[in-house]
Design a protein around this ligand. Structure first.
Ligand code: CYT
Length: 287
């Protein structure tokens, strides 16, 4: 007789058990680092580093520049779980695999999420290297991460874990206000924008970018929306940032887009990004 496949919640508890055996940190803020922003993990003090390939059920990235480690420790005294690297749907992963780490972050005790990505700039008021606070998203991937049987056990606070759930304030206005104030305090130019997610892996065509602009998108990328949907399903409050690594296709005539450039811009903007996020961690935790 064949064993019944384990449900997502049970698989996530297996990952949780492994993590609990490797660290005593009980994170309250989860941080997901996008392409080129992985160095931020070095900000974590007293770090316990768990390679993704040790964690049962954790999906492994196939893309260069997405090294895979879960780093647990403290930032400004706040216990955090930092994901250095994530998988994308374009790698061929199913939705439940893409958001498995997000489920585990919630179960570890993270009530807040800081999610970051490298994105193409659609809004012409941005330039390469612009730092953008995400105010909302448009999920144009054709998939929703919450598909499949609904499991209420994933809720991290009462009233959440519902089959149908609100996305009106998916990107927390009060956390965005903290980010805006902190950026001003540090003299960092922080833009705002709506993030459009596509499946990828091809970058967009100029016609697609014109269409997306008409639809209200300021940024385009291939991640984040699935994690945010699952965070909201669980009742986790979200703060999101995009780093504009390149202007999207057709925005700068003559230019074309390559992954190396995306990674380089990430490295260049890292110090600003790190200083902003580091200062925000205790504020977000206390909010
Ligand atoms: N750039 C990026 N599209 C872009 O132009 N990083 C993702 C998607």
């Amino acid at each position: 007789q064949e064993a019944k496949p384990l449900d997502q919640f049970t698989r996530a508890t297996q990952a949780l058990t492994h993590i609990f055996l490797k660290t005593e940190v009980k994170p309250v803020v989860g941080i997901i680092l996008g392409s080129g922003l992985g160095n931020f993990a070095s900000q974590v003090e007293n770090a316990d580093v768990i390679p993704y390939d040790e964690i049962p059920g954790w999906p492994l990235s196939t893309v260069e520049g997405h090294s895979g480690k879960l780093v647990l420790g403290t930032i400004a005294g706040v216990p955090v779980a930092v994901m250095q690297g994530r998988v994308h749907a374009y790698e061929g992963y199913e939705m439940n695999e893409v958001v498995f780490p997000m489920r585990v972050l919630g179960m570890l005790g993270c009530k807040k999420l800081i999610v970051t990505n490298a994105a193409g700039g659609i809004n012409t008021s941005y330039g390469e290297g612009a730092l953008v606070n995400i105010t909302d998203h448009i999920n144009n991937t054709g998939r929703n991460a919450a598909i499949g049987p609904n499991d209420k056990r994933f809720a991290v606070q009462s009233g959440f874990g519902q089959r149908f759930f609100d996305m009106s304030n998916a990107y927390s206005p009060r956390l965005n206000a903290l980010a805006k104030a902190e950026a001003a305090r540090q003299g960092i130019a922080l833009h705002e924008g709506v993030y459009m997610a596509v499946l990828g892996p091809s970058y967009e065509t100029p016609a697609e970018i014109r269409a997306f602009r008409t639809l209200g998108a300021d940024l385009v990328g291939m991640s984040t929306v699935h994690e945010v949907i699952i965070a909201r399903h669980m009742g986790i409050e979200v703060l999101g940032f995009s780093l504009v690594t390149n202007m999207a296709a057709g925005v700068m005539p003559e230019a074309n887009i390559n992954h190396e450039e995306v990674m380089q811009i990430g490295k260049r903007l890292e110090p600003q990004f790190a200083s902003l996020v580091k200062a925000l961690v205790p504020q977000v935790a206390a909010a």
